[in-house]
Each structure stands twice: as C-alpha cells, then as structure tokens.
Design a protein around this ligand. Structure first.
Ligand code: FES
Length: 113
C-alpha cells in the first residue's frame, strides 16, 4: 500500500489517500465537503478536475475515455501519485448525458375532461 497526498484547489485542504481507497471515502472520513450521489461512477456529482497527478478509475463509467485523464470521479478514483484536484468541475459530457425529459403533456390534457 502506498499513500499519496491529495490537495484541493482554493480550500487549502490536504488529505492522505492510499492507493487502495477512493478519494471520496477519505473525504468523507476527513469531513471534507465533497459532493456525491450515486457512488458508483455514473452521475458525475463527485467530479473534480485533475490539476496535477494521475488516478486509476476503471469503473468511472460516467466519463468518456478522453475525459479520464483530465477529470476524476472521486467515488471511483484511487491515486497513482500525489494529486491536486479542483472539486466541483465537471467534464463536457455532463451536458450530453442528460436524458431527454420532454413530456407530451397528454396526461394534463386528459385530466381536463
Ligand atoms: S457520486 Fe456519482 S459518479 Fe461519483
């Protein structure tokens, strides 16, 4: 097991994360206000931009292959080096991943009877 330092841009927060645990799990333990929701690499809520360093995150299904070097899903990301992360930064695909939510309004029209 190797331990790395993870520093967060703009907050001065710094934690130690081993290569066997996720950045998010350590944030929760340390009381750092890292957003999250699904915790399975799908929703992107826990995204952070990688300013320095490398992570391994093979289960980060919410990211495209191109985004995996630039963004970390902290619920899945384990450090491969010391890191500098900018929390709350989301990859461009977050806009493409939104499901279509248009409704026809037919239920509302039917309720007028
Ligand atoms: S909490 Fe949903 S992708 Fe990390």
């Amino acid at each position: 097991m190797t331990e790395y330092t993870v520093e967060f841009v703009g907050t001065g927060e710094r934690i130690t994360v081993s290569d066997t645990e996720t950045v998010l799990s350590r944030c929760i333990e340390e009381g750092i206000a890292q957003e999250f929701s699904c915790r399975v690499g799908m929703c992107l809520a826990c995204s952070a931009k990688i300013i320095e360093g490398e992570v391994t995150q093979p289960a980060a299904r919410g990211l495209t292959e191109d985004e995996r070097d630039e963004y970390a899903l902290t619920c899945m990301a384990r450090p491969k080096s010391d890191l500098v992360l900018d929390r709350g930064k989301y990859p461009p695909s977050i806009d493409e991943e939104s499901p279509a939510t248009e409704e026809s309004g037919s239920e509302a029209a039917a309720a007028d009877d």
